[in-house]
Design a protein around this ligand. Structure first.
Ligand code: ZN
Length: 205
């Protein structure tokens, strides 16, 4: 099992059971999706005894995961993939949703955002693009978001404001722990300016 580093294993319970079906030995992988728990058999008397296709096929069609999730962990190995899958399952914290945002090339998923992902994306958007929290009540924005899917979830401005504070506090904690744990000397320098168009001045450190 040590050689099983393919990210797809992250979506199944860590240790498969071994069963004999009509005398044929097979590994039975149980889907970790709490609402699924489907068992996938992998027969050991075939040349593709270690193939992951069957496992990948199920993850893609599984209601708990889906193709986008499998794609999201494709560059992760073993434990990292498992962590990502677990934080996705919990879906309980906004920072967990944040960790899943892909870096690098921009591609768009075929799967709609979960509520938690929408909230994380909006936090990122208002922060990166300096948008007011009330933009989620903006007529044009609502029209773009809800046309074709009128039930689409959008958070209240108060929720956006609270989420920004939560993410700020957690990020500050994380950065402070990086700095505290850094084994060496740290340099701090400040630089500030005001732009002529009355935009807020920035203080990069
Ligand atoms: Zn499943």
């Amino acid at each position: 099992m040590k050689s099983w580093t393919a990210p797809v294993y992250a979506f199944y319970d860590p240790v498969p059971s071994i069963e004999y079906i009509s005398g044929r030995k097979c590994q039975v992988f149980k889907c970790s999706g709490t609402a699924c728990r489907k068992e996938i058999r992998r027969y050991q008397d075939k040349s593709d005894a270690n193939a992951t296709k069957g496992l990948r096929d199920h993850v893609q069609s599984c209601k708990c995961w889906g193709a986008a999730m499998l794609e999201g962990v494709k560059d992760l190995k073993g434990d990292d993939a498992r962590k990502a899958a677990r934080s996705y399952l919990k879906d309980g914290s906004i920072t967990a949703a944040f960790k899943r945002l892909n870096k690098g090339t921009v591609t768009y998923s075929h799967r709609q955002h979960t509520k938690m992902e929408t909230r994380a994306e909006i936090v990122r958007w208002v922060a990166e693009s300096s948008r007011p929290f009330t933009i989620v009540h903006d007529r044009g924005f609502l029209c773009l978001m809800k046309t074709g899917r009128p039930g689409y979830y959008l958070p209240h401005p108060t929720t956006v404001s609270r989420d920004v504070k939560t993410v700020f506090a957690k990020t500050r904690m994380r950065i402070s722990s990086w700095l505290r744990n850094y084994d060496g000397k740290l340099n701090f320098a400040t630089d500030a300016w005001t732009s002529p168009n009355h935009c807020a001045s920035r203080i990069p450190v």
